[in-house]
Design a binder for this molecule. Sequence first.
Ligand SMILES: NC(=O)c1ccc[n+]([C@@H]2O[C@H](COP(=O)([O-])OP(=O)(O)OC[C@H]3O[C@@H](n4cnc5c(N)ncnc54)[C@H](O)[C@@H]3O)[C@@H](O)[C@H]2O)c1
Length: 256
Amino acid sequence: MGAAAVADLIGLGAEVHVIDLKAPASEVASHQAIDLRDPQAVGEAVERIGAPVDALFNCAGLAGPPFTGLDVMLVNFAAARHLTGLVVPLMAAGSAVVSVSSAGAYGWEQSIGQVEGLVATPGYVEAREWCEEHPEVVGEGYLLSKQAVALWTMHAAIDLAPHGIRVNCTSPGPTDTPMMPSFESYMGKEFMDRFPKPLGRNSTPEEQAHVLVFLNSSAASYMTGSNVYVDGGFSAGMLTGRLDFSLLAGGAPVGA
Ligand SMILES: NC(=O)c1ccc[n+]([C@@H]2O[C@H](COP(=O)([O-])OP(=O)(O)OC[C@H]3O[C@@H](n4cnc5c(N)ncnc54)[C@H](O)[C@@H]3O)[C@@H](O)[C@H]2O)c1
């Protein structure tokens, strides 16, 4: 999704700086192969990029095993929040941040209590400590990390609104990116195939990237604190009761 967003942004004439272990396919202004789990290295990378930054895209992520729940939490939530904290001082009013949660975390509001303590931690080190102290809540890490991104997005939106900086996130449904084989191997290919998709197919990375770019553009200037489901109708089906997620486990057809 990040790679597709880079392609969109270059097409729009943006100066794009990438922090990712993997080198981008597109020609960018700079690429730093930094491990986002190293907060000091991330700080140095941001310093090398320098001000001004108009838009931040938190797209890096891990799906789960073979990575530990802690690693998944650190990359998907703690590092994204840490990076945002470092970049925001380089932003002027009118800038924006977008992060990627997941449609898999749909309904997270019902279990907000389990993630509030984590989101209330002040920084990367404290978030790491919280995860180490709550291994039973963290589990494989993916769902909790995506719940945390959704809740933190709302807090950050309120915190940064007085500065004119907008903060949103997307919640993608299954998307054919290099991450998909990881989901298929740890959740099961059948599970991923049967994940309810009213549009009848997985998303492309480009379909996710276009929404990320929109949210960080002036076309979305009145949007902040939004969690935009880019899920082929999954959340609509869940909210209306037209889809029964529990059928995923049972093997009966999903969708109505
Ligand atoms: N693919 C899906 O079905 C799906 C669905 C919902 C949400 N998401 C989320 O979308 C986001 C984008 O994932 P994607 O599907 O494009 O997968 P992807 O594997 O193509 O991209 C993830 C990127 O994160 C980078 N990364 C991972 N760990 C890193 C680290 N420690 N330091 C630096 N970079 C690191 C990887 O190098 C990779 O380029 C992720 O947050 C993912 O959780 C994906």
